[in-house]
Design a protein around this ligand. Structure first.
Ligand SMILES: *Cc1c(COP(=O)(O)O)cnc(C)c1O
Length: 231
């Protein structure tokens, strides 16, 4: 399938989810997650009109960045090792995986300008999932006041790999509630307006529950890697 055809199908589903819940489709940005595909396919996504690309490894990001440069807006969505921050920091516009103060310190030190970050939250309680526990998030955000180059743009979560809609919904609702409690703090470095949630299998539910950024790989650009568990 062409990226254009996939994009149209996804946009229609987002539109439908918006109609259900009284939202406007312009509130939702689609991030094409290109970690399973070639530079060529990522380029196709940009040509199809996708404005945001997401990668979860520094190698993948640098490879694609070297060709596409700053044509798309770049999102780093994966677990970020502290020692890798310097490789990607001047290439990305958003980091979706801030989950510890040592990482915040390194980002703060390496970036040349304040950078938009998402605090990653483990809303499912699954041990395999990265991110802060929900009850740690408020204190963590308060502690980020020590790092002037970190802007808390929003919160990010990965829901469990399940078809149980109730579980998915409750993860997304928890993230939205947490976001609202942070907004209520009125911290100038933490506007926290964005909710990065929803992937190929659950983005419609995420949009119904308030997502402002959905991170879609397989359903948008496909998966060119051979076999193996991908998430
Ligand atoms: C891979 C990945 C995605 C996209 O996954 P798909 O199921 O292919 O849409 C989204 N978010 C993160 C953090 C990922 O690692």
């Amino acid at each position: 399938m062409s990226v254009t055809a996939n994009l149209q199908a996804i946009q229609q589903k987002i539109q439908a989810a918006c109609e259900k819940t009284g939202r406007g489709p312009s509130e939702i940005k689609i991030i094409a997650v290109t970690k399973y595909v070639s530079v060529k396919r990522a380029q196709e996504a940009v040509e199809a009109g996708v404005a945001h690309l997401g990668e979860n490894r520094d190698e993948g990001l640098l490879e694609k960045w070297s060709i596409l440069q700053d044509k798309p807006t770049w999102h780093f969505i994966g677990t970020l090792q502290t020692r890798k921050v310097k490789n990607i920091i001047d290439k990305v516009d958003y980091i979706h995986s801030l989950d510890r103060l040592s990482l915040a310190a390194e980002i703060n030190k390496r970036t040349k300008k304040p950078i938009n970050c998402f605090v990653q939250v483990n809303t499912s309680g699954e041990e395999s999932k990265h991110g802060l526990n929900q009850d740690e998030v408020i204190d963590f955000v308060k502690s980020l006041s020590a790092y002037p180059n970190i802007i808390v743009a929003g919160l990010m979560t990965m829901a469990p790999n399940t078809e149980d809609e109730a579980i998915l919904r409750s993860c997304f609702q928890n993230l939205r509630k947490l976001k609202n409690s942070i907004t209520d703090l009125n911290l100038d470095y933490a506007p926290c307006k964005e909710l990065s949630m929803g992937m190929s299998n659950d983005f419609e539910i995420a949009v119904e529950e308030g997502a402002t950024m959905v991170r879609i790989g397989t359903a948008l650009v496909g998966n060119e890697s051979l076999g193996g568990e991908q998430r």
